[in-house]
Design a protein around this ligand. Structure first.
Ligand code: CAA
Length: 301
């Protein structure tokens, strides 16, 4: 197995910054690539805040400043040349991902492993943009990355065994629990989670209960940390809608098809917590207000 010392992270948004943070917390040197410095500043500010929360609880093994010192931000691809693994967390768009990897392939050392944090885009279709498809895997983290213990390690039909095992062990070194899966759309978690979330929207459309009551029911009845509508707002309605379309395209099954209400909300620009409105109004994040009144006409009385 190969030794990983230096990690490159592509994209410093919600997922990318979380991935950079857990890598630095685990002792790796991290270089995060963004297209503009302002995105690095924003991502790193989030990392500082999160490290502060861990520090307050005494949950860090070393001062937050030491962890932060292992993180570098850059807008130059050349700065990733000597990384041992490069983890991509840019926009969920196949062309963008292929373009990014095609441009990095001649720059990053040939022995390095490429990994994608995609939740729904085919690893197989992305890896063919490079000359190292055997050194290409999926490494799927969950939001919020610093707290969620799981990472899905995704192999394709050409992934080399030593590459796969190196990444599996790397997942453990990050303090995560890795699970083995393969490049079938949705992997394990979204394959099961997405139909559940879509069913919650269908149940709401059919008048089974209000947004708040369905959330309380699943939270308290099943011991889930969040009800389905809170989780939808948390993941992002646009993101969920995108994933459902990719999954429906793959499997052509109704359980992966977006209910009309979800589509209407996305078309109207209601993306959930990130832009203030989804199944709840998040103007006051401490007290989200269910939007049943605004969504009347879509749910049976
Ligand atoms: N960094 C550090 N600490 C953080 C943090 C962060 N980013 N976010 C929250 N915390 C801390 C809080 O300070 C709090 O600390 P204390 O216990 O000391 O007070 C603790 O974590 C718990 O946070 P909250 O009290 O705010 O809320 P919570 O108890 O509900 O936990 C949660 C938050 C972990 C997000 C929990 O609600 C949860 O597990 N929700 C489900 C999330 C989920 O399902 N994610 C997967 C989505 S699917 C996906 O990501 C993949 C995809 O492909 C779409």
């Amino acid at each position: 197995m190969m030794e990983i010392k230096k990690v490159g992270v592509l994209g410093c948004g919600l997922m990318g910054s979380g991935i950079a943070q857990v890598c630095a917390m685990a002792g790796f040197d991290v270089t995060a690539l963004e297209i503009e410095q302002k995105f690095i500043d924003k991502g790193f500010a989030g990392i500082r805040k999160s490290l502060g929360r861990f520090a307050e609880k005494g949950a860090l093994k070393e001062p937050a400043d030491n962890i932060f010192a292992r993180l570098k931000g850059t807008t130059r691809k050349e700065d990733l040349a000597d990384c041992d693994i490069v983890i991509e967390a840019i926009i969920e768009n196949l062309d963008e991902k292929r373009k990014m990897y095609a441009s990095l392939d001649p720059i990053v050392k040939p022995a390095a492993i490429f990994a994608s944090n995609t939740s729904s885009i085919s690893i197989t279709e992305t890896m063919t943009a490079t000359k190292r498809p055997d050194r290409f895997v999926g490494l799927h983290f969950f939001n919020p990355v610093p707290l969620m213990k799981l990472v899905e390690v995704v192999r394709t039909i050409v992934t080399a065994d030593d590459v796969y095992e190196t990444v599996y062990e790397f997942g453990k070194k990050l303090g995560k629990v890795p699970v083995r899966t393969s490049d079938k759309t949705g992997f394990v978690v979204n394959r099961l989670l997405v139909p559940y979330l879509l069913d919650a929207v269908r149940a709401y459309e059919e008048g089974v209960g209000s947004i708040g009551d369905i959330d309380v029911a699943m939270k308290l009845g099943c011991g889930y940390p969040m009800g389905p509508f809170t989780l939808l707002d948390f993941v992002g309605l646009d993101t969920t809608y995108y994933i459902t379309n990719v999954m429906f395209d793959e499997f052509k099954e109704r359980r992966f098809a977006s209910p009309p209400l979800l589509k209407r909300m996305v078309m109207a620009g209601w993306y959930g917590k990130k832009n203030g409105k989804g199944f709840y109004d998040w103007s006051n994040p401490e007290q989200p207000v269910p939007q049943d009144a605004a969504l009347r006409g879509f749910a049976k009385e």
